[in-house]
Design a protein around this ligand. Sequence first.
Ligand SMILES: C[S@@+](CC[C@H](N)C(=O)[O-])C[C@H]1O[C@@H](n2cnc3c(N)ncnc32)[C@H](O)[C@@H]1O
Length: 244
Amino acid sequence: MRVIVQRAMNQICKRLIDRALPGVLDDLRAYSRGSETTGTQWITLWMAVRGISKTRPAWILESGTGASTLVLAAAVQKLRRTHSDYHGKIISMESVPEWFDIATANLPDTYRDVVEIVLGPREKFEMAMYRGYIHANIPQHDYAFVLLDAPAFSDAEGIAFCADIFKVMDLSRAPIIHGVVDGRASSVMVIQQIFGTAAARYWHGLYAAKFALPRINFRDTNLRTTRDFSTSIFGRLEFVKFRR
Ligand SMILES: C[S@@+](CC[C@H](N)C(=O)[O-])C[C@H]1O[C@@H](n2cnc3c(N)ncnc32)[C@H](O)[C@@H]1O
């Protein structure tokens, strides 16, 4: 059932993207001849296109370069055409040199004015009681939208999570950071634990989530147990420090 829902939703979202961004599917077909990317789901890409057109972010961070980069670039270029005061730009992070070279060589010239692809090897990132992985070398900008689709997040210790969304909180001055996650349930789980379930709802049938998160200082080391954690009558603890 889950697979059927996911397949149907992906087909619908592919059509919506084709209608919203005419010509982008041709660009993607040409791109896929030069690069065997694993690809981001159409569902996630449609959520990103909608989010970008609604929130008009000045800076977008893409974690994981590939076919998705073309879709984000087409969305930004459309917004630039329809809103003369909009000058949005995309930083697309790639952690693997081989994929960085392929993506840089294959990015169509038409998108180069809005996208910069940056090589950033994966790097450990520790925050509060969580451990994750980010891309190194993320340039400092006021990111207000993130597409989270990399880097690899498992290691000898088990499953960690993709943490670029929290690295962005160090770099950006945007008060709210919008974005989407493709798969990566562990990343969504950390977001839910810190900000609450409503901050990023996740269903296996979509295999994706969108979020809008206030920027927080997770390095605050003060602990006020009875204030920072709530308990239910069944003894369940919840970390609520950043929900106020
Ligand atoms: C889920 S992929 C990112 C996909 C990208 N957003 C796209 O639309 O193609 C995550 C990472 O896997 C690596 N990767 C890309 N293509 C790959 C492939 N064909 N096989 C294995 N790894 C790949 C890259 O390092 C990439 O950043």
